[in-house]
Design a protein around this ligand. Structure first.
Ligand code: GLC
Length: 470
């Protein structure tokens, strides 16, 4: 069984969030799970892909094709990585940009990418049994397959899976784009139409043979308006081909044992001393008082409403009136960046670090005592799992993947309503627990032993693939 993952990011080549982590970790695990399974991944060759990877890539094809009336083309490169063939689609016009997304022509860029993938499959005659597309950027790869390209014999045997990593981003466009940019005939409008717009995620949900999302709880939540950003009727209508499978984390990248990026490595046995050392070093680096006895709270997050940052801002003064230190790392909406920066000026024990910094993030995971993640909605969330791996106790809202991975007083602290004072209550009781050293240590040890490895979920993915090719 041959599986092709179509994705707009894959770590370590290009990543802006959780999708990149998933596409860097899941395919190698699936590929090594069974003798009869092989995996390929295909993604755009962005400008940001580092030379250390580019130098080992080999060109395997030059393709040319029409995207609507635009004559265009791409070179396809291959790089073997952890037992998986990673293919890269090179087109300087579309992908030599300073960022992965957020360009005015994202619709056209990812239509191009999706069509290039299928054109490459056609000419190279290496057709997978399963094409597994992720998020709206790759939705057109399954849509083209079942519409404009459905007459191509070489592609007809392909079965398709589409995964929702975050339903907030659906790929919505003005209807005029259908023919002029996507090159889709008007007769296909009803497949991609939702609320009078073109909605690529809705199109992919319609035509895919199977659909998944990244946690069982999020799969249930998506049936409700509150979580679905308008797509709940669609989700309800596909219940017979929809599952939630919990993500895992890549323990090679996120373990204090390997010491990567942190001040000192540690394991289960010396977790206490290891964390104390890392805490002291981080305090020194950030100019915080070097105190072992003060609880260090951390947040590493995109600063957007979905991550629940409003709750934190609402009770920030109360949090900082406790004897705590608080480090926040992340970028996002300007209002939040400014609000947190302003709190940094008011409270010397609060350090807002408004930037994206992978190395520093690991130092914070290693140093912190409590990891705050009060999301409004969380498809899966990886940070709470990473925190556990560093023996840092997550304090989460019970939603989506947070609900499926963190259990109160087992490997973290949990509150249920999207309510700032409920969060504050649970935080205050966590601080009480912190002062009960024995109890807090036992919890940290248990969190550290939580198993969020991909091996756990790989079986569920393989079952889904097996059922599709049967
Ligand atoms: C998105 C979701 C996040 C999930 C990740 C990987 O970034 O917001 O919850 O963990 O995708 O699936």
């Amino acid at each position: 069984m041959k599986i092709l993952y179509v994705t707009s990011e894959a770590s370590p080549f290009a990543a802006s969030g959780g999708l990149g982590d998933v596409m860097g970790a899941l395919p190698p695990v699936i590929a090594s799970a069974r003798e009869d399974v092989s995996c390929d991944v295909i993604l755009p060759l962005y400008k940001s892909v580092k030379e250390q990877y580019r130098k080992d890539m080999k060109k395997v094809a030059d393709i040319s094709f029409y995207l609507s009336w635009r004559k265009t083309g791409a070179s396809i490169y291959i790089l073997k990585w952890h037992g998986v063939n990673y293919y890269f689609v090179e087109n300087h016009y579309y992908f030599d940009r300073d960022r992965l997304y957020g360009e005015g022509d994202d619709g056209e860029r990812f239509a191009f990418f999706s069509l290039a993938v299928l054109e490459f499959l056609r000419v190279s005659k290496t057709v997978p049994d399963i094409l597994h597309a992720n998020d709206w950027q790759c939705a057109l790869s399954v849509i083209y397959l079942k519409t404009e390209l459905s007459h191509i014999p070489e592609l007809q045997s392909i079965r398709t899976v589409f995964t929702i990593h975050n339903i907030e981003y659906q790929g919505k466009f003005d209807p005029y784009i259908l023919g002029d940019v996507f090159g889709l005939d008007n007769k296909y409008y009803s497949i991609v139409e939702w609320d009078g717009c073109i909605n690529l995620m809705k199109g992919a949900l319609t035509v895919s043979d199977f659909v998944s999302t990244v946690s069982p709880s999020y799969a249930k939540e998506l049936c409700y308006d509150y979580f679905s950003f308008g797509l709940s009727p669609m989700i309800q209508s596909i219940s017979d081909k929809f599952v939630g499978i919990l993500n895992g984390i890549d323990y090679e990248a996120f373990s204090p044992e390997n010491g990567l990026d942190i001040y000192r490595s540690y394991g289960v046995e010396d977790r206490k001393e290891g964390k104390a050392y890392n805490k002291r070093e981080l305090q020194r680096e950030l100019g915080l008082p070097e105190r072992e006895d003060v609880p260090l709270i951390a947040m590493i997050t995109r600063l957007t409403a979905g991550k629940g940052v409003d709750l934190v801002l609402h009770v920030m003064d109360s949090i900082m009136s406790e004897d705590v230190q608080f480090v926040l790392l992340g970028t996002g909406d300007a209002v939040y960046e400014q609000a947190f920066s302003a709190f940094g000026d008011r409270h010397s024990a609060f350090k807002p670090l408004i930037r994206f910094d992978r190395g520093l993030s690991k130092k914070i995971y290693a140093a912190a005592d409590i990891f705050l993640m009060p999301s409004k909605s969380e498809p899966c969330g990886l940070a709470q799992m990473i925190a556990c791996s560093y023996g840092t106790l997550p304090l989460v809202r019970s939603v989506g993947g947070l609900h499926d991975s963190i259990r109160p007083m087992e490997n973290g602290f949990v509150f249920s309503d999207f309510n700032a004072h409920q969060m504050l209550d649970v935080l205050q009781s966590a601080l009480k627990t912190y002062r009960d050293k024995k109890c807090f240590d036992a919890l940290s040890d248990r969190a550290k032993k939580s198993d969020f490895s991909w091996q756990r979920s790989a079986g569920e993915y393989l079952d889904m693939y097996d059922n599709l090719v049967k």
